[in-house]
Ligand binder design. Sequence first.
Ligand code: HEC
Ligand code: HEC
Ligand code: HEC
Ligand code: HEC
Length: 343
Amino acid sequence: MLHAEWKTSGHARARNSPLYVAMRDRSKNASCEGCHAPLATLTDPAERAVDEGVTCEACHAIRDVGEAAAEPRYSFDLQGNRKFGPYCDGKDNYFHRMGCAPWFRDARVCGGCHTFSMPLADGKSLPIINEYAEWRASSFSVSGTACQECHMPPEVTHAATGSERKVRVGHHGFMGEKGELVRKALGIVASATDRAGTLVVSVVLKNEGAGHAVPSGLPGRQVVVRVQALDEKGHAQAREERTIGRVLVDEAGREVPFYAARAEKSDERIAAGESRTFTFELDAPRAGSLVIEVAWRSVSPALAEALGVPAEERTMGKIEMPFGGKRSGKGREHLPKTVVARP
Ligand code: HEC
Ligand code: HEC
Ligand code: HEC
Ligand code: HEC
């Protein structure tokens, strides 16, 4: 069911996710709702269910988006009670009147909202939400792989509640059935060796599955690479983690939410098709196993604390690898070893 799928998506929470509410209230910026609750700013609140964020209406009332522009802008048709969708034969839809809009299969229908930059004092602009531009710079735009191919894979479903009619429709969860698209982003190659008793672990992450940088989306999102050496009882002997993301800062160089930012301090995200290597050295004398976990984090700990919201984590991939105990001058059992996890 499309509505149930959509309900699981960020689009349904666009106006009331705790992170959004915390940032919107602190930013005191009226423009946020223009994308997070597009219809709220345009329609009579008494008439429509405007509280639900990026609703069915918000997307299917888009009449036009600029032709292949770097920053597409959309316009709505709310008067005609007409809905737009990719089908032009008029048979496969449940809507009252159908607007034929083949470009619903193009990336630019997403680009209208998924492009957002902020003007800076020096006249330059700071990109905030940038997936569309990153996608345009990637091989996915060259091969014609639109956002929808990954975010709305086709499935056969009922067109509407109670409808017997089945249609081939893109999945409306946008991050997969249970948000599992994060598991498809990165290929992981982990190798471990022993160097004079120290465990040396190399983790290579390759962005194989996303049509833009990872972590994408809101600045402050992070990818965490966490390596633990457990002993045979499962107790940690050693542990280390690295994070990557995009850090925006204020005049004093402190990490701040994007609306308070004056500059980009760093962008360590992994571009589409790019690889990144992380090296760890762990002091783990007893035999046990290495647990290498790559996780997506909704917001950096610094921002989470400043905003008073919890940082949420989702597993992107995990590798386990046994190793023997430290032996003087002889290396360890089971090492060196390389394990590959494909997305
Ligand atoms: C009318 C504006 C609008 C349009 C059009 C739009 N989005 Fe979004 N999208 C948003 C907003 C706002 C959010 C942030 C929601 C939140 O607060 O989590 C979002 C979030 C997302 C997310 C993260 C969702 C999650 O569950 O974490 C994905 C993925 C996404 N959009 C993909 C797409 C794709 C693909 C398209 C084109 C088919 C698209 N969007 C079109 C406004 C839009
Ligand atoms: C973020 C934007 C977005 C939201 C929100 C959204 N849709 Fe869609 N919808 C699309 C896009 C884009 C397509 C075309 C996908 C494809 O085929 O590649 C589509 C396709 C469809 C189709 C099949 C084609 C057609 O129009 O006949 C139906 C039916 C549909 N959506 C219904 C809904 C319903 C019901 C909701 C709310 C529960 C909803 N949509 C919410 C973007 C959206
Ligand atoms: C080749 C597949 C692919 C294509 C093409 C693609 N994405 Fe993604 N997208 C992913 C994967 C995998 C993730 C999960 C990794 C992540 O969150 O960075 C993701 C994550 C996202 C998120 C979630 C960010 C968050 O903060 O939760 C948004 C928003 C998004 N994509 C939008 C887009 C838009 C807009 C386009 C087209 C301009 C697009 N994507 C094209 C695969 C793709
Ligand atoms: C031009 C459209 C646009 C405007 C304006 C906009 N956003 Fe967003 N916002 C998006 C899109 C698209 C995403 C999806 C990327 C993602 O999920 O990481 C998003 C994601 C977010 C998220 C992450 C959502 C979550 O639940 O994790 C927060 C928080 C957020 N925006 C806050 C704001 C605030 C605060 C403002 C106003 C100062 C604002 N946005 C203005 C388009 C916009």
